[in-house]
Ligand binder design. Structure first.
Ligand SMILES: [Zn+2]
Length: 425
């Protein structure tokens, strides 16, 4: 995997030649941002989507809003079956490959507390992760590219995806054929995620190799035999066994996995018993498991389950173990990140790109797409200009606010990436 295991990954230079770098930068590339900013209704679209957030895989209002916004662009539009997705295909006037651009659509069970004029009208639901900006940005990219249809050497698949927040929407869309929606497998895929803090607005950031973690869950029930606290030998006490498991999980992390390829296991819940002198029958523990490479992600369930079951068995107890897979590791293609760095500077200026030094420990289901197709997932800074990026409320907060300018920035960068990749042939 690119960008890992080379010892020094903290500072990565993108001044290397990348595929497609021979393609001359047209003045048009630089005009994309101005053109996207001139689309007033794009920000209005973001506000409309923000007012009517929906959760999960069923987003009928959101889906209808997106389809209406794409009207008149001459796209081939299909709706999902298992989910309210929108797949739109733009056929260019010249022959060439197909690329995919993605925006997720779902909101979160959060009660909005931003005071924005376009605040959520759905009680207890909020676009607190900025997916409203992703949709509006992708609509903007579709407009920019549709306006260049005649010179476009290939096709663009626009993937509007529900259910990113834990519903595996990207996997469902892949199962329904989004990667082949243009009639052939896309050769590259790009997506963006906005952030309401940490980076000053107007900057795009990413890194080659691992960008985001895989996030799994471990659920354990240690099953013993209850009894009187004064006669533990007549019972089978699950509490010391559970305690041993908690510690052994940390030993396993440091002894069984490469120190240069981190694994994080945190037991977030440990529960047993009712009173001091009663040995309970059952002890439970739940843990989050984060890995940063596909190799670690592949091997960790078997190792943790083996550890838990055998510690219980060693004490004559049993353990019910459930290991739930979350999203895979999000892995960026190094060449495509190089392209994204160059294209972002072309669109936004020399200060428009930031080399992200480390992966982030959150997870993202665009990882399913990047498992199949080389591509890049990019972070777009959307900290409101009046706020300090260090202290601004972060994504998923009820107070999280996003700078509207991230919408045209996303539109221009996504469109430029598609143009650049298609020009490569
Ligand atoms: Zn998100």
């Amino acid at each position: 995997m690119a960008g890992r295991g080379h010892g020094t990954v903290r500072s990565v230079s993108f001044d290397l030649p990348v595929p497609g770098s021979h393609v001359p930068v047209s003045a048009d590339r630089c005009a994309l941002l101005a053109e996207a900013r001139a689309m007033d209704d794009l920000v209005a679209l973001r506000h409309a989507l923000h007012r009517t957030p929906e959760i999960g895989l069923e987003l009928p209002v959101t889906q209808a809003t997106v389809i209406a916004a794409l009207e008149g662009l001459g796209l081939e539009i299909t709706r999902g079956e298992a989910l309210d997705s929108v797949t739109a295909v733009l056929r260019g006037g010249l022959p060439g490959p197909a690329v995919l651009l993605r925006g997720d659509m779902d909101a979160l069970p959060v009660t909005e507390d931003t005071g924005e004029a376009f605040t959520s009208q759905h009680d207890g639901i909020m676009h607190a992760c900025g997916h409203d900006l992703h949709m509006a940005g992708l609509v903007g990219a579709a407009r920019l590219l549709a306006a260049r249809r005649e010179e476009l050497p290939g096709s663009v698949v626009f993937m509007f995806q529900p259910g990113e927040e834990g519903y595996h929407g990207a996997r469902l869309m892949i199962e329904e054929g989004v990667l082949d929606a243009a009639g052939e497998r896309v050769v590259a895929a790009y997506g963006v995620h906005v952030f309401s803090a940490h980076l000053p607005t107007g900057v795009v950031a990413a890194r080659p190799g691992t960008l985001m973690a895989a996030s799994d869950q471990l659920f354990v029930r240690v099953i013993g035999k209850g009894g009187h606290g004064s006669k533990p030998h007549l019972a089978a006490d699950p509490i010391p066994v559970a305690a041993e498991i908690v510690l052994a999980l940390q030993s396993a992390v440091t002894r069984q996995f490469d120190a240069h390829d981190p694994v994080v296991v945190s037991v977030g819940r440990l529960a047993a018993g009712t009173i001091d002198n009663v040995i309970p029958e059952i002890a439970e523990l739940d843990a989050t498991v984060r890995t940063f490479s596909p190799a670690q992600h592949a091997m960790i369930p078997e190792r943790l389950v083996r550890l838990v079951e055998n510690i219980a068995a060693a004490h004559g107890l049993t353990a019910d173990v459930r290991y739930e897979r979350g999203y895979p590791v999000t892995v960026n293609d190094a060449g495509e990140v190089g392209r994204a760095a160059r294209v972002s500077r072309e669109v936004l200026g020399a200060e428009g790109w930031f080399d992200l030094p480390d992966p982030v420990a959150g997870a993202e289901d665009f990882s399913y797409v990047l498992e199949q197709v080389p591509g890049a997932y990019l972070f777009v800074a959307a900290t409101p200009r009046e706020l300090d990026p260090e202290t601004a409320p972060y994504n998923h907060s009820a107070q999280a606010r996003f700078d509207d300018d991230a919408v045209p920035v996303s539109a221009a960068v996504l469109a430029a990436l598609a143009l650049d990749r298609l020009a490569q042939g």
